[in-house]
Design a protein around this ligand. Structure first.
Ligand code: A2P
Length: 268
């Protein structure tokens, strides 16, 4: 008997092969790259997707990566750490334009507008490569339709590790179309923990001490006006989440939108 006609072909569910268009190295630990975007690939700004490379045995090696480009962009951008012994990033860091990278077909995630109820001010708290989903969110015009103020914080060990977030925010504010909607709303708040810098310390300490709010001239976190997206290491997420809960905010999801949402920054 013939196989049922409805059985999906294997290639319809597996990853697609995309072409590397551009690669930028920021430090010996961080780089970003752009891939072609299939016409059928849809996602919401802030989501993640599986990407990867074929292993020597021909099997795909895939890891979750936040998409750093906004949903309107024709290309897909990613921001990655380089882990010397990381199964994927030890090889991914060597890609050059023209190479192929595998792209999963099902983007998903909670750092999206749909998971938050309306508010006045959006905080995006990030550490390290946790900035990646916010590179997408701050370049989405919907963010400025929904909020009067968008405060994206980025905390890194060294000053050099802030370069990517500074570049993205700077380009957004100076962008031909986005600049108009983002100017006067988008604020980049950077801090460094292991080097001298005008703003020093972990974001959790800057929230607890109130320095963040004094510096920005805004009231402390509150559930009436503030919405929060958090992305960083597991410890950073847990500590920042705790501060949100103490301020009276409740965690949201796609199914039950609320005041704050979390997602682990991916690495490996
Ligand atoms: P610190 O230098 O004090 O560890 P990493 O590169 O290890 O992911 O760290 C990125 C940034 O996140 C660093 O500045 C680090 O500060 C900070 N960080 C690490 N753990 C936490 C935490 N639990 N809460 C807030 N920030 C954190």
């Amino acid at each position: 008997m013939d196989a049922p006609a409805t059985k999906p072909a294997k290639s319809a569910t597996g990853p697609t092969e995309e072409t590397v268009l551009d690669v930028k190295h920021y430090t010996d630990r961080l780089f970003s790259f752009k891939l072609t975007r299939p016409a059928s690939f849809r996602f919401r700004s802030g989501e993640f997707v599986m990407i990867g490379l074929y292993k020597d045995n021909g099997k795909p090696l895939l890891r979750a990566y936040s998409i750093a480009s906004p949903s309107w962009d024709e290309e897909l951008e990613f921001y990655s750490i380089k882990v010397p012994d990381g199964p994927l990033t030890s090889r991914l860091q060597k890609i050059v334009p023209g190479d192929k990278v595998l792209l999963g077909r099902k983007p998903t995630g909670t750092l999206v507008h749909d998971a938050l109820v309306p508010g006045k001010r959006l905080y995006c708290f990030s550490t390290g490569t946790g900035f990646a989903p916010f590179a997408s969110v701050v370049r989405d015009p919907e963010t400025y339709e929904k909020f009067d103020q968008v405060i994206v914080t980025h905390t890194c060990r060294d000053v050099a590790e802030l370069e990517y977030s500074k570049k993205i925010v700077d380009e957004t504010l100076n962008h031909e179309f986005l600049g108009e909607v983002a100017q006067g709303k988008l604020v980049h708040y950077a801090s460094v923990t292991r080097e001298e810098y005008p703003t020093k310390g972990r974001i959790t300490d800057l929230i607890s001490s109130g320095k963040l709010f004094t510096d920005l001239d805004v009231p402390p976190l509150n559930a009436e006006t503030d919405r929060v997206m958090i992305c960083g290491s597991m410890e950073m997420i847990n500590d920042t989440k705790q501060l949100c809960i103490e301020a009276g905010l409740e965690e949201g999801s796609n199914a039950t939108p609320s005041h704050f949402v979390i997602e682990k920054a991916f690495a490996g």
